[in-house]
Ligand binder design. Structure first.
Ligand code: NDP
Length: 275
């Protein structure tokens, strides 16, 4: 029996065990997938303990940077993001790291219609945390016209500009947003505490698509906020969650699971949970 887990703090409501169990069923792979809750002080020990018997770990908030730092080998995308959401051991018994969040984000966009094409798009990102760090390399690869980052703590957004050093990338403050964006990516955790980040009306027009990295109740809250501001097209982060998981699954098992049936079941599960 193969053994996998997702590690985070908190972790109780993770959907990853459901997703990976369904992927494994598609290929008749026998595995267990558990959640591990640990504290920052115990993270490194917990990972080494897990790999005494386990084959692969997903990493979530707040350990993605720590996971990248403890790995002996990493992919280009993890190096670009300086954070990792997948760990496994290679044949030389070294811990390897990858970051599949950006892949998951772009893959989910590709399932949507052409409105979501990022080439030449004007993109606004709300937030500058670990998730933005993970998706930015893949977004920049799509050659957008401009990517503006707005974050409550300006210095964190400025750090991303330095890290990625890309001429389409800039930082603004909310009061400096005067023109509409093709895509607004909501990547703050404000809604988890029932708060909402500011979006000025001028940043939205009839064509603006809002992609919220969160899902469930948090996304519902942000969706209502966005619709009140005139947003007509809203996508939540469940698709990204399933696609980044599929890429992890591919790294571990070398086969690509079908994602859309898993996603529609997950949408129903989440809908029931919040109704
Ligand atoms: P981090 O904790 O790394 O970053 C949180 C971000 O939210 C920071 O930019 C922070 O700003 C901002 N923020 C927090 N509270 C507020 C507030 N009250 N008002 C304005 N801004 C606020 O989290 P992540 O980047 O890892 O995750 C962000 C979201 O993305 C979460 O909802 C997470 O669940 C989701 N996510 C979804 C994934 C998916 O597959 N769908 C994958 C990864 C993440 P500041 O810098 O000022 O603190």
């Amino acid at each position: 029996m193969l053994h996998f887990a997702v590690i985070g703090h908190p972790i109780n409501h993770s959907l990853s065990p459901i997703i990976h169990t369904q992927f494994a069923e598609q290929y008749g792979i026998s595995l267990t997938y558990e959640t591990i809750n640990t504290t920052p002080n115990h993270f490194i020990n917990t990972v080494h303990q897990f790999f005494k018997t386990g084959q692969g770990l997903n990493i979530t908030v707040p350990f993605k940077q720590a996971a990248f730092q403890l790995a002996s080998q990493c992919s280009d995308r993890a190096r670009m993001a300086q954070s990792a959401n997948v760990l496994w051991k290679n044949e030389a018994d070294q811990i390897c790291a990858d970051n599949t969040d950006g892949f998951g984000f772009i893959e989910d966009l590709n399932y949507q219609n052409e409105l979501y094409c990022l080439k030449n798009a004007e993109i606004l990102i709300l937030g500058a945390g670990g998730a933005v760090q993970g998706i930015l390399p893949d977004i920049l690869n799509q050659v957008p016209k401009q990517v503006v980052i707005v974050n409550r703590t300006l210095a964190k957004a400025e750090r991303l500009i330095t890290q990625f050093n890309h001429d389409t990338l800039r930082v603004k403050q909310t009061h400096q947003l005067h023109t509409p964006y093709d895509l607004i990516i909501h990547s703050t955790s404000a809604t988890l505490s029932n708060q909402l980040p500011d979006i000025p009306k001028q940043a939205i027009n009839q064509q603006t698509v809002v992609y919220d990295l969160s899902y469930g109740m948090s996304a519902q809250l942000f969706k209502m906020h966005a619709e009140q501001l005139g947003v007509k097209q809203f996508v939540d982060g469940l698709g990204m969650l399933v696609e980044q998981a599929a890429e992890s699954f591919f790294i571990w098992h070398h086969v690509r699971p079908k994602t859309r049936t898993v996603l529609s079941q997950l949408h129903n599960t989440v809908k029931k949970a919040i109704s």
